[in-house]
Design a protein around this ligand. Structure first.
Ligand SMILES: [Zn+2]
Ligand SMILES: [Zn+2]
Length: 389
């Protein structure tokens, strides 16, 4: 492996930062301590710091030479609402909050690259180090963009990275095209007419209407989507009724949908709306339909995916870059940045199951693997040195 020795030399500093952030997890838009740690580090490296985008977002800008090219590197900084079950020294000090997705490690790897690049300045152009809050649940990337991220810190391309338990330490996975799915929220309230359970003809049963809808929604995947494309429609909550002999007045369905293409995401919304309204009309029930776009599909542009793969191969060797990773149906708010600029989202192996770093993310026993800090920071640095040569 051709990791940067200069970065390996300060691995202990990175590990200390990572564990400090791990011990002090903060969730969506409340990452004030984490933002302070990031800002302090960047300033220590002599990097210009901007704060306040999406409340707790931090952007460090480093310009070297006269090159006009600008590259954005993004790390997410937020934690999860999860009770940590680990017992090590750096376990969470905040009950019910945990860095269970490794964003503590993402933040630290990007700080490692910032330190190296500020010290060596072996590139020509501008790097924007984007530390983004609230990746989980509420798409903080979208808020940073709305707050003017790319007006204030324009980028010709943007890159993101996530650790991947189950993939060996020292491996990367990247592919052009979709790598993660969209994720939307849907809530349908069906209002019928309540009645005695023994006299259903006196009412309009919203539960029967809901049942028709739940089944019909499945035809979006099986009969409205190209079989070579991928769609998930999951109704995950059915809320109705309170006793056995009363037909309730209302029923509510809540769920999530996933797609790998923007057009497919659009199609799901319009099909669900049409099915919900059509079935409501057919049975004489009123339907309120709420569809909230949360995450777009994360789609890597081919050129930038190639840049990512090349930088990864330079560090870990071509044989350790998985270039045909199938996309997952999970979601990632970096998709909003890729919707604005060309770029690529890469996965870095965190370790295989049973070994260090092998525990899956969002599990209370998860921990980011400090052994990949140097690998990730070297990848970021190489990417900049390659593309801003
Ligand atoms: Zn997560
Ligand atoms: Zn994550």
């Amino acid at each position: 492996m051709a990791i940067y020795n200069r970065i390996a030399d300060f691995h202990d500093d990175l590990s200390r930062i990572r564990r400090d952030i791990h011990a002090h997890p903060e969730t969506a838009f409340e990452e004030t301590r984490t933002a302070q740690v990031v800002a302090d580090e960047l300033e220590k490296y002599g990097i210009e710091v901007h704060r306040g985008l999406a409340k707790t977002g931090v952007v460090g800008s480093l310009k070297v030479g006269n090159g006009t090219k600008r590259i954005g590197l993004r790390a997410d900084i937020d934690a999860l609402d999860l009770y940590e079950l680990n017992e090590f020294d750096h376990k969470s000090v905040h009950d019910g909050k945990m860095h269970g997705c490794g964003h503590d490690g993402h933040t630290t790897m990007l700080l490692g690259a910032a330190r190296y690049l500020a010290e060596t300045k072996n590139f020509d152009g501008t790097v924007h180090f984007i530390f983004q809050p609230a990746e989980e649940n509420v798409a903080g990337a979208r808020v940073m963009i709305a707050d003017g991220l790319f007006e204030k810190f324009d980028c010709d391309m943007v890159f993101g990275m996530h650790n991947m338990p189950g993939v060996e330490l020292g491996k990367f996975a990247v592919n052009p095209g979709p790598i993660m799915a969209s994720a939307d929220f849907v809530e349908i309230t069906i209002t019928g007419k309540g009645a005695h359970g023994a006299y259903p003809h006196n009412g309009t049963d919203p539960i029967v209407v809901a049942a028709q809808m739940i089944s019909a929604f499945q035809t979006i995947a099986s009969r409205r989507t190209d079989p070579l494309d991928s769609v998930v429609v999951s109704i995950t909550q059915v809320i109705a009724g309170h006793t056995s002999n009363v037909i309730p007045e209302t029923a509510t369905l809540i769920g999530t949908t996933r797609a790998l293409q923007l057009e497919t995401q659009n199609m799901i919304e319009s099909e669900m709306r049409q099915i919900a309204k059509g079935i409501g009309d057919a049975f004489g029930a009123h339907v309120d339909f709420v569809y909230d776009r949360r995450y777009l599909p994360t789609i890597n542009t081919p050129q930038e995916a190639e840049y990512s793969a090349r930088a990864a191969a330079d560090i870990v060797g071509e044989e350790n870059v998985i270039r045909d990773k199938l996309p997952g149906m999970g979601a990632e708010d970096f998709s909003w940045m890729l919707n604005e600029r060309p770029g690529c989202y890469v996965l870095i192996g965190n370790g295989v199951e049973g070994g260090p770093g092998g525990c899956h993310v969002h599990n209370p026993n998860y921990d980011f693997n400090d052994d990949i800090l140097t690998v990730g920071a070297s990848y970021w640095s190489r990417l900049v040195e390659n593309e801003l040569a």
